[in-house]
Design a protein around this ligand. Structure first.
Ligand code: ADP
Ligand code: MG
Length: 426
């Protein structure tokens, strides 16, 4: 991620054509260009990220892991996921739950919350001014407020001297300005050391006067941003497509690392009509659409197109330039687990619960990076998030109402197979 983030030419080359047709990407790119041209004022750049994976049922029935995406902004659920791991561990021992035939099982320790809190503290310390504040930027009505508050609490527990403020993005134009040395000043008197974005990843977040002027002002300031604009851009889905081959990855990695990494990547196809792959992509859309996902350059759930809808969408985009903003990705064929979920029955009666006993799961791994002008200062990974949803539901996401938070149970795979198959035989 850091290698993409600092390669402004590569970012421009890759996202430039999309910026022509997608104003949101265009605005982010423009902010990045202006900040890079002017020179970075912040002492370090920071990113708290989460890479998401699903299990894929391979043609001979064996399982392999496939990367869904990498989130570079507002990576959430670190608080709830570590609380849930602790809760499940406690319930396991309280009720003396064990698997049949004494197969040992354990819930791995989940340090996601501490990783995120420490990432925030490390970035704050890099500003080197203890009287300054951390500013958490959030939405008008936060559904995920408890995740954010628990992070604030953990930061406070580790470092009671660090001051935290939360403000809504929409209110900030009236509240912030730059000081004489590009300090980011909130309400005139509070100097901001770190801006922690839990918002600002979707075009709809910018539907107010002065929103892009505000993002530019924040990015130009000395305050450290988590993520900085270039880290934010490095999470664009287009990079997954452009870097999915070993050869392409060698721009950033030595060959041995590149070949290990591509092992978890899905196949991707370009929809660029000038690309030789376009015919393969078209054929797949016509004959095998269920094995594909079409994705625009968006975050936050609900934007992807699955199965036979892909053809309708692709056919409806007549401008070849418009097609560039989509990536076509291999569908990850997750095995259906014997498991349980209770969800609110949003489709029918909100007061009723909907349940299912056939689920698919997605594993997220949290990371925290800090880099200065000369390179990576700190790059840590710890903790996880498991989200499970009913099988057959395409979209994921807890806040969006599709999935619930779940957990990892580590078992000895070889022993378990003899006694119990946790997946349905499809
Ligand atoms: P977002 O930025 O909206 O979270 P994702 O790429 O994570 O976008 O896609 C949203 C959800 O769609 C995922 O959580 C997953 O459940 C499902 N999904 C995404 N890509 C694939 C894929 N290639 N195969 C199967 N399901 C997918
Ligand atoms: Mg996602």
């Amino acid at each position: 991620m850091h290698k993409i983030a600092k390669d402004t030419d590569f970012i421009d080359q890759t996202l430039g054509p999309i910026a022509q047709v997608d104003k949101f990407t265009g605005n982010l790119l423009e902010v990045n260009r202006m900040v890079q041209r002017e020179g970075i004022a912040q002492p370090v750049i920071s990113c708290i990220n989460r890479a998401d994976y699903m299990l894929d049922k391979y043609h001979n029935g064996s399982l392999r892991i496939r990367q869904v995406e990498v989130n570079a902004i507002a990576s959430s659920m670190s608080a709830h996921s570590s609380t849930l791991s602790a809760l499940h561990g406690y319930l396991f021992s309280k009720y003396d739950i064990s698997l049949p035939n004494d197969i040992s099982a354990s819930i791995p320790e989940n340090n996601s919350l501490t990783l995120v809190a420490q990432g925030i503290i490390e970035a704050f310390d890099a500003y080197n001014k203890n009287s300054a504040y951390i500013l958490l930027v959030n939405e008008e009505r936060s559904l995920n407020f408890s995740d954010q508050h628990i992070i604030e609490l953990r930061v406070h527990t580790i470092r009671p001297d660090v001051k935290f403020v939360r403000r809504r993005f929409i209110d900030l134009p009236q509240l912030v300005r730059l000081g004489p040395n590009k300090e980011l000043l909130l309400e005139d008197s509070k100097e901001i050391a770190l801006v922690y974005f839990r918002y600002g990843y979707d075009p709809s977040n910018y539907n107010f006067d002065g929103s892009w002027k505000l993002r530019l002002l924040i990015e130009r300031s000395r305050a450290i941003k988590c993520p900085s604009i270039n880290f934010h851009l490095s999470g664009a889905k287009k990079f997954q497509q452009v870097l999915h081959s070993e050869k392409a990855l060698e721009r950033f990695l030595v060959q041995s690392d590149a070949s290990r990494l591509v092992e978890v990547f899905c196949k991707f196809w370009s929809l660029n009509s000038e690309d030789s792959e376009i015919n393969i992509a078209r054929q797949l859309i016509d004959s095998d659409a269920n094995k594909l996902v079409l994705k625009p350059q968006r975050e936050g759930g609900g934007h992807n197109i699955f199965g036979c809808d892909i053809k309708h969408v692709v056919d409806s985009i007549t401008d070849p330039a418009e097609q560039l903003q989509y990536i076509l990705m291999e569908f990850i064929n997750s095995p259906r687990e014997h498991n349980w979920i209770l969800l609110q029955d949003d489709a029918n009666d909100k007061s009723r619960l909907d349940s299912a006993d056939s689920l698919v799961s997605e594993l997220g791994i949290f990371g925290s990076i800090l880099a200065d002008g000369s390179g990576v200062v700190s790059n840590k990974t710890a903790g996880y998030l498991v989200r499970s949803k009913k099988s057959g539901i395409n979209e994921g996401g807890v806040a969006t109402g599709y999935a619930g938070i779940s957990n990892i149970l580590l078992i000895d795979d070889n022993k378990l197979k003899h006694h119990y198959n946790m997946f349905y035989d499809d």
